[in-house]
Design a protein around this ligand. Sequence first.
Ligand code: PEP
Ligand code: MG
Length: 584
Amino acid sequence: MAERKLKGVPLSSGVGIGRILLLRSVPFETTGKEIDQDERVKELERFTAAHKEAKERLLALKKNAEGHLPQEEMGILEAHLLMIDDPMLIGGIKELIAKGKLARDAVVEKTKELKARLESLPDPYMRERAIDIEDVGLRLFRALLGIPELDLSATTEPIVLTAEELTPSETAGLKPDRVAAIVTARGGVTSHAAIIAKALGIPAVSGISTKELTDQTLAIVYGDVGTVILNPSEETIQRAKRQIQRLAAEKRELASIAKLTAETKDGTKLELWGNIASPEEVDDVRASGGTGIGLFRTEFLYMDRPQPPTEEEQLDAYAKALKAMGDRPVVIRTLDVGGDKEIPYLSIEKEGNPFLGYRAIRLCLENEELFLTQLRALLRSSVYGKLWIMFPMISSIWEVRQAKEMLEKAKIQLKNEGKGFDEDIKVGIMIETPAAAIISRELAAEVDFFSIGTNDLTQYTLAVDRTNQRVNRWFDSFHPAVLRLIAMTAEGAHAHNIDLGVCGEMAGEELAIPIFVGLGFNELSMAPARILWQKRTLRATTSKWAKEITAQALKLSSAQEVYAFLKTSIDEIIPTANRENSPT
Ligand code: PEP
Ligand code: MG
């Protein structure tokens, strides 16, 4: 069988190799069957027995998890233990059975009803409980249907666990020595399952259809880049094994540099910051030695829910991140939806070219209430730390001016209401359209900082839809056109002496370090898992060397030449034996 590469979404970093174990679950749906009076008593007894068993399984899971799960994740299991005895759930299910429903249907119906009710509540804490109630409902369902608990005790070799979706409690029960990696079809970066996989150090990728996978197939999972390789060749297997060994050794080595300054050998300091999508991820950034948050993608607060988050909910999330970072900067980006990020309640019409359409700042400027609510929450959160506000997808100067006017309007409102905020908040923009890079000198006069979004800048410069697999080959941030726009942006920022950063994926690429150092960037913001790697590379360079390399790289005419040149240059300063790139 030929080797095959699948591209998904990175959830938890690391490399894992093992045979696929596919979890096939019975759909959590009702059958619609009614039962007569006699059967109801029996069905109630069946439910009572299943309830007892599910609770025992949960207690056993908690006992097994003690000692190797962090406190917060243990808290999830404790919450489930309370929920499994909740009279609203259990009493509700029994009532439905008494009315003639099958026990399994009653469990599905009541769980879904309570889940929907929780999801519609304004309190974010209560809304998060919706996933927990579903988890508990699934437990009852499986116990009723006699579906065994995932038992990996008999497995001798590590497996790659694959499923449509894993619940948080299923993930919590996994042991890293048995599970080499997790691959799911659904489940986002901020799902509890992903947070637990990270806490356990199990590489995980989502967005891979289970239809693509068969039991027992050998698979390699690259959690950093979201790639799964099926039926790998012997050469690929050996390379993955070397990477796993190297990762373990480097993890030890990297831990030792966590406390060292991020600077070049000749003393040029760069801030290495982390990208987050929820305040909980601040811990990952700090644990990796990140000294700030360079991109808080707030759109995730708006997704998977029936209405936008209220000002108070947003205030709560932003304040959490700011407090956790103390006096270090937290760059919070205003709502960036549209494109590939859909929000049903905003009723954005289907567009032919969503990435060229009604997204990000465009949508905010035309939805004053939505935008003002976020700006007010941001301003109010500023009293808890060092907030920088960032506007995405800028292509013209009028957009910046209008966005700043809205910010002023929010300030006036708050002043009139006697609500406090920091008067010294830095306001910046993302440079992610070629237009913004080209007029960066003019834009720099309007703002306090730039952060280059290389993901979108590459997409728009090279006319390559970043989500379209078909044209993946054309997407390359090292293309000379992109590099020259980055250099142009740096010139614009330096002309007005404003802070210059980058927060696209390129910030985490080793080969890009000389370019960012050479162009005088102040800060690089990346996935937390990349911070220490980049610090190590940065500490091996000098700014003089980086400037020379950058000047030469900018003269090259193709991405291939740029790669080859940067690779040879970096190989000279960091021994190659230590590095082998993961597939992207
Ligand atoms: C980018 O475009 O590079 C960026 C950081 O923003 P996002 O990936 O969220 O579009
Ligand atoms: Mg972007």
